[in-house]
Design a binder for this molecule. Structure first.
Ligand code: PMP
Ligand code: GLN
Length: 384
């Protein structure tokens, strides 16, 4: 194995899901829903297979899907030409990897916000670049994990080429607000950085919050690659339909890399996702409400069990401080939890370059049926 990939031999999700399966634990580790997406969307996928859409789709994605993505982004006030400014990818994961491979030179620095989704560090490494991780900071009083603007400014240097941002944020559930994003935008413009924003949880924001795409802020449209996907919005994580939107020259660079990673993917799913983007946003509004309730349900359960939970403002995830229960190391706890009480979570420290600063937090996914969450809560109470 080449040196640059040595730190990335196995993902935490594979490890924890295997452990959960082996022990019969309730899996609140890997973030995937346990119910299906909208029936209309599933029907279009089936019709597509029956109708013979089973060969390679066009390189940039099927026109019907690119058009639907353009209309969906226009809801935020951003306008993309479906022919040159939108690229369909094999999940957001491929869009992230192809963006880095197509836009970042070996030796460049990429700033990440820590904790970061696990594929970011691996993709930066694949591109031969170096990452600089800037930690979120706990806000006094609320415990919200917010952006540290001063630290972000300090992390940007002459070699910094890009900033990879994720909001709504996995694993913390933080939704960056307009004030935070305005600071990010200012720094990107000042230092002429490319922004790559991962917005796969764009619809999953709670308590009347709004998702603000970074590309909508002044000076950002021309330097931002906006990435999202269908998996989290329409409960179809296994379909792996993602996309990247941005100015034509940036998207062309992403496409150059993408065409040699997978070329294309997911032909029969593309019209189904196009249908969902156009006709199923009411379904998504219900999903958001239901996830908000699940967030509160699990937050309460974890609090009762003795954890100190941090606020989750969106996504599938909530983080919990294990120290009030007398534990110090979340990774060790996550390795023991399935066997001990039959619940699986994911240690936040694996998403960081500074594990010692994050070892007190464990991430739990609440994108599960209420009865699954309730069973997990009953089991978690045995810890106290
Ligand atoms: N980004 C974030 C923040 C994620 O949580 C995930 C996993 N769901 C992805 C990207 C990957 O998305 P996809 O499954 O579409 O590749
Ligand atoms: N995005 C999901 C999570 O964070 C799962 C990703 C994966 O299994 N690679 O849990």
């Amino acid at each position: 194995l080449v040196t640059r990939m040595r730190p990335f031999t196995s993902t935490i999700f594979a490890e924890m899901t295997a452990l959960a399966t082996r022990t019969g634990a309730v899996n609140l580790g890997q973030g995937f829903p346990d119910t299906d997406g909208p029936a209309g969307m599933l029907a279009v996928a089936k019709q597509s297979i029956d109708g013979g859409l089973n060969q390679y789709p066009p390189g940039p994605g099927m026109p019907v899907l690119r058009q639907a993505i353009a209309e969906h982004r226009a809801r935020y006030g951003t306008h993309y030409d479906p022919d040159t400014e939108i690229l369909v990818t094999v999940g957001a994961t491929e869009a992230i990897a192809a963006s880095l491979l197509g836009l970042v030179e070996p030796g460049d620095e990429v700033v990440l916000i820590e904790p970061y989704y696990d594929s970011y560090a691996a993709s930066v490494a694949l591109a031969g670049a170096t990452r600089k991780a800037v930690g979120l900071v706990e806000e006094p009083g609320t415990g919200r994990l917010g952006l540290d603007v001063a630290a972000l400014r300090a992390a940007i240097g002459p070699k910094t080429r890009a900033l990879l941002l994720n909001s709504p944020h996995n694993p913390t559930g933080t939704v960056l607000d307009r004030a935070e994003l305005t600071e990010v935008a200012r720094l990107c413009v000042e230092h002429d950085l490319i922004a790559i924003t991962d917005e796969v949880y764009e619809h999953l924001v709670f308590d009347d919050r709004d998702h603000v795409p970074l590309a909508t802020l002044p000076g950002m449209a021309e330097r931002t690659v906006t990435i999202s996907g269908a998996g989290k919005t329409f409960n179809c994580t296994g379909w792996k339909i993602g996309w990247a939107c941005g100015p034509a020259e940036l998207v062309a660079a992403v496409r150059a890399a993408k065409q040699f990673l997978t070329f294309v993917g997911g032909a029969p799913f593309q019209p189904a996702v196009a249908h969902a983007l156009r006709h199923e946003l009411d379904w998504v509004a219900e999903l958001r409400t239901s996830l908000q309730d699940k967030r509160s349900r699990l937050a309460e359960g974890l609090t009762d069990a003795g954890f100190a939970v941090r606020p989750s403002e969106g996504t599938y995830f909530i983080t919990a401080d294990v120290r009030p229960l007398g534990f110090t190391d979340g990774a060790q706890l996550c390795r023991e939890l399935p066997e001990r009480i039959g619940v699986a979570g994911v240690p936040v420290q694996v998403f960081t370059d500074h594990p010692e600063q994050w070892q007190h937090l464990v991430r739990f996914a609440f994108c599960k049926k209420d009865e699954v969450l309730d069973e997990a809560i009953v089991r978690l109470r045995k810890l106290g």
